[in-house]
Design a protein around this ligand. Structure first.
Ligand code: PSU
Ligand code: MN
Length: 309
């Protein structure tokens, strides 16, 4: 049986950018299908793509459409993922062969986006938050495949840290075990998504996109490592939500998930939706602002990486 209809496809804009050496920024699609309500999700995805273009780079939003991994989506494909929402298969690394074989629509998590971006030759990716070690992982073993992907796919991922739905100290320990550089952008304290700080100190901190590009070059070109780099970029002050305001909401969401027995891949989407509901949309506005902020930094990094010196 020929499987040639299932090869990774890049759209025209991305293909051209790869050929001519233009900076490209990858973006994930689980944030569209499972991370935000419709139509905010679709409008944000369009806005982010336009922002990347206006800053002089090319966007590559990544998803699986009818079994075909697509690096670079059409507007209709983005609309489809956003509208279908939870009906789309949330596709982490393990899910890829099954989703492709059955020609399903799949949204890509951070792990899958890194894998497909790297396969296509893209090394910078912007998102909101990454998966991590969940609270209670000492009994559930719920550790996101996102964390292991950083030791397998050479991609710089810009995020706003991790939400306190996760166990942040354990997440940092896990990343250290996997040999992943976690680099603070203009901060020495791990950002906690809605808040600029978590109280967890970072070992590595840089002031510029150029330094991040240099770290990646050393890792990729000189050491020939297959690891990615996690850049943590604090939410802009004016959009941040103080710990006192968000911590009790997160506690309530985690408690409800626990009571309802929500586990595994359904855990993160449930918690995200609950937080939006409990903050009456305030968290959604913060979420949009921080992703936009991460896209801006990712474009800068992608541009630095394209400079020939
Ligand atoms: N965290 C967020 N927003 C998100 C996600 C995580 O704050 O949208 C999504 C990302 O796609 C991430 C995935 O890769 O959830 C992690 O899911 P899991 O924990 O099941 O690996
Ligand atoms: Mn999990």
């Amino acid at each position: 049986m020929s499987l040639s209809h299932l090869t990774i496809q890049t759209n025209e804009e991305v293909s051209e950018a790869l050929k001519s050496g233009k900076p490209i920024v990858a973006m994930e699609s689980t944030i569209i299908s499972h991370g935000m309500p419709y139509p905010d999700n679709v409008n944000l995805a369009y806005k982010l793509e336009d922002l990347v273009r206006s800053l002089g780079a090319v966007p590559a939003t990544i998803a699986i459409i009818k079994g075909v991994p697509k690096v670079g989506l059409t507007k209709d494909e983005i609309e489809h993922l956003g509208k279908e929402g939870l009906k789309v298969t949330k596709t982490s690394r393990r899910d890829l062969p099954y989703v492709m074989m059955h020609q399903l629509d799949g949204s890509c998590t951070v792990a899958t986006t890194m894998l497909l971006a790297a396969s296509a030759g893209i090394h910078v990716f912007a998102t909101g938050g990454i998966g991590g070690v969940h609270r209670g992982a000492e009994t559930t073993w719920d550790v996101s495949a996102d964390l292991r992907e950083f030791s397998r796919s050479p991609v710089v991922v810009v995020c706003a840290g991790a939400k306190a739905i996760l166990d942040l100290p354990k997440t940092m320990e896990y990343l250290e075990t996997e040999g992943v550089a976690v680099v603070g952008y203009q901060t020495k304290d791990l950002p906690a998504f809605y808040s600029r700080t978590s109280g967890i100190p970072l070992e590595m901190s840089v002031e510029s996109a150029k330094e991040i590009s240099t770290m990646f070059r050393i890792q990729h070109d000189i050491i020939k490592s297959q690891s990615g780099i996690l850049v943590v970029n604090p939410i802009p002050e004016e959009h941040s939500i103080p710990h006192e305001a968000i911590d009790s909401v997160i506690e309530a969401a985690v408690k409800e998930a626990d009571e309802k027995g929500i586990r595994g891949k359904h855990s993160t989407p449930f918690l995200l939706e609950k937080i939006v509901e409990l903050t009456k949309g305030k968290s959604l506005e913060a979420n949009k602002a921080l992703v936009e902020n991460n896209v801006r930094l990712a474009v800068e990094i992608a541009k630095e990486m394209m400079k020939k010196e």
